[in-house]
Design a protein around this ligand. Structure first.
Ligand SMILES: Nc1nc2c(ncn2[C@@H]2O[C@H](COP(=O)(O)OP(=O)(O)OP(=O)(O)O)[C@@H](O)[C@H]2O)c(=O)[nH]1
Ligand SMILES: [Mg+2]
Length: 259
């Protein structure tokens, strides 16, 4: 398994809270809500600010009902589905996220194309998984804190993505349906949480992969998605630097110079 850089060592953590990030984050917001970018749209910076955009394909993996579609919507700042509607094929969602590299102070827009495919559709149609795997840069392995079997199956799922040709694919684990720790909901937490902290720690010691927790309402702010998006950007950039012999250059790089 590829080495994982310590959190915050490659990109500035919580940059969205810094004053100098405002002009970049404003480009992904509209009236304080996230802007929805179509396939051909991108953030438009003023001509004197040249920002490179790096493109990545991300596959969201996990059993049916674990929260893949919900996570894609959450990361894009869209409204989340309250009921479970099985995703009947592949759905893609584009997320733009500005990042500041720690060492150089350089700002980049990460364009993350999230690939979400319903688990039952994947089983039914053989051609879907190869499409999702083709030239993929990262996989998010989802489990739900309220579904023990989804946690127990993680090792199996990750093992399928280990070794050539997937050695370079960035891997992150995301635990969904975490109840917000609030004294009023403490019973909810006990009644619904099927995965103990100890199990999570043991899992992390075995696999040494970043593991993030998601849950609660989607807020208008960026704070609930920033840890995951920064972690993903950090791993992707680090992997690119390793691949390119520490030069940190990406061939698909393009400069955003649109007016
Ligand atoms: N409370 C809470 N509910 C969630 C969370 N994530 C998902 N859900 C709910 O879980 C149900 C299933 O979520 P989906 O995102 O549709 O599941 P999926 O993994 O896309 O399922 P398939 O498309 O069938 O593979 C929905 O009712 C969501 O509202 C979460 O973090 N917290
Ligand atoms: Mg779905």
């Amino acid at each position: 398994m590829a080495e994982v850089p310590p959190p915050g060592s490659v990109v500035v953590a919580d940059w969205h809270r810094c004053k100098d990030s405002k002009e970049y984050f404003n480009k992904i917001l509209h009236k304080k809500r996230r802007k929805n970018f179509g396939l051909l749209e991108s953030p438009v910076m003023p001509p004197h600010v040249a920002v490179d955009t790096v493109h990545y394909k991300i596959f969201i993996s996990g059993k049916s009902g674990v929260g893949k579609t919900t996570l894609a919507a959450r990361l894009a700042g869209l409204s989340i589905p309250y009921a479970h509607y099985e995703t009947t094929g592949i759905e893609t969602t584009v997320v733009y996220w500005p990042v500041k590299l720690r060492e150089s102070g350089r700002v980049l827009f990460f364009r993350l194309q999230l690939w979400d495919c319903g688990e039952n559709a994947l089983r039914r149609f053989d051609h879907l998984l190869p499409s999702c795997k083709e030239q993929v840069d990262a996989v998010l392995f989802l489990f739900s804190f309220t579904d023990r079997t989804s946690f127990d199956d993680l090792s199996n799922q990750i093992a399928k993505w280990t070794g050539p040709p997937f050695g370079r694919v960035v891997k992150l684990v995301v635990g969904t349906k975490v109840f917000v720790l609030n004294p009023l909901f403490i019973f909810d937490l006990f009644m619904h949480c099927d995965v103990a902290d100890r199990d999570v720690r043991d899992f992390q010691e075995t696999w040494r992969l970043p593991l993030l927790r998601m849950g609660g309402e989607v807020s208008d702010g960026l704070g609930d998605v920033a840890p995951l998006l920064n972690c993903l950007a950090e791993q992707l950039w680090h992997q690119d630097c390793v691949t390119a012999g520490s030069v940190g250059h990406r061939s698909q790089q393009e400069t955003v110079t649109l007016l």
